[in-house]
Design a protein around this ligand. Structure first.
Ligand code: FES
Length: 294
């Protein structure tokens, strides 16, 4: 039996005016019954409210235009533009989707399809830091699963373990942490690993991971094992969007941290010690086929 719904809309191809009440009498008259609603109320129910884009001010629009000018096809700027949106709000909100769609002359559905495909784009507000624990096979058996489980409980807000992409504390505030489990982070030789804002912390244990997140919650920024010094998620998102600090010397100093580990280079070192070399590359690479223009 159909329950009356307060929509005033149509369903199953049959139209019903506001204030009418129908009961379904068969497949061709599968009409949701209605009660009195105004056309404005009906529109508000079936059309999502236009999000407020004021958070994306002139400087964000200018950056978006720089991104668009980088590519022959404007839609190619979508991935970096989603990072730009995340640098502003800490996630990709409905407003962020609308902003990208407007800038790139795409539909909201096209932007949403991309934003929901990649795990690097977050659909809930994130903390100051994003902690990603590798729970892929090798790290998992070396202790990644235990690290994740320990952090889920340790970072709990209310006694129940955090779930994937839940935040400990208030999103955006100093010391807040979003926790996620991640697939292979391409550092299997140093597992179990975790990342904070995509910077590596190698050879972790549940205890060292707890010490790390406690330091983050106190507002500290412990040095990663390799790579650049730690900042915060929104700063990293801006860098992923292609924008770096004006003080280039300071920035270069920050990213010129050690990136290789002894374990990572062991194979190359072994080959060098034994005089092994890779086969020579052909003089001329084969021509790539023409790609049909879309
Ligand atoms: S399995 Fe964890 S880095 Fe590869």
């Amino acid at each position: 039996m159909n329950q009356p719904l307060n929509t005033g809309s149509t369903y199953g191809g049959s139209s019903v005016g506001a204030g009418e009440t129908h009961a379904a009498t068969g497949p061709d008259t599968d009409v949701i019954a209605t009660s009195a609603v105004s056309p404005e109320e009906t529109r508000a129910l079936v059309e999502p409210a236009m999000p407020d884009l004021s958070v994306f001010g002139p400087d964000v629009i200018a950056k978006a235009q720089v991104q668009i000018a980088t590519y022959p096809e404007s839609r190619s700027a979508l991935l970096p533009m989603l990072h730009l949106v995340q640098s502003v709000e800490g996630y990709v909100s409905q407003a962020g989707i609308q902003f990208c769609a407007q800038q790139l002359e795409l539909s909201n559905a096209e932007v949403s399809a991309v934003a929901t495909f990649y795990t690097m784009y977050k659909r809930k507000p994130c903390g100051e830091h994003l902690v990603s624990v590798c729970t892929n096979t090798l790290c998992a058996v070396l202790g990644g699963d235990a690290i994740y489980e320990r952090l889920q409980k340790h970072l709990s807000n209310d006694g129940s373990p955090l779930k994937h992409e839940d935040t400990s504390g208030t999103p955006g505030e100093t010391g807040s942490i979003t926790l996620e489990h991640a697939e292979c982070l391409a550092a299997c030789d140093l597992g179990p690993v975790l990342q904070v804002n995509y910077e590596f912390y190698d050879n972790q244990t549940p205890e060292s991971a707890v010490e790390l997140v406690d330091a983050l919650r106190r507002g500290e920024k412990p040095a990663p094992t390799r790579g650049a010094p730690l900042t915060d998620l929104r700063t990293v998102e801006l860098e992923l969007a292609g924008f770096y600090p004006e003080d280039d010397a300071e920035f270069r100093g920050r990213i010129d941290g050690p990136s290789a580990a002894v374990e990572t280079l062991r194979g190359a070192q072994l080959a060098a010690d034994r005089g092994w070399t890779a086969p020579a590359m052909p003089e001329k690479a084969p021509e790539l086929p023409e790609v049909e223009k879309k």
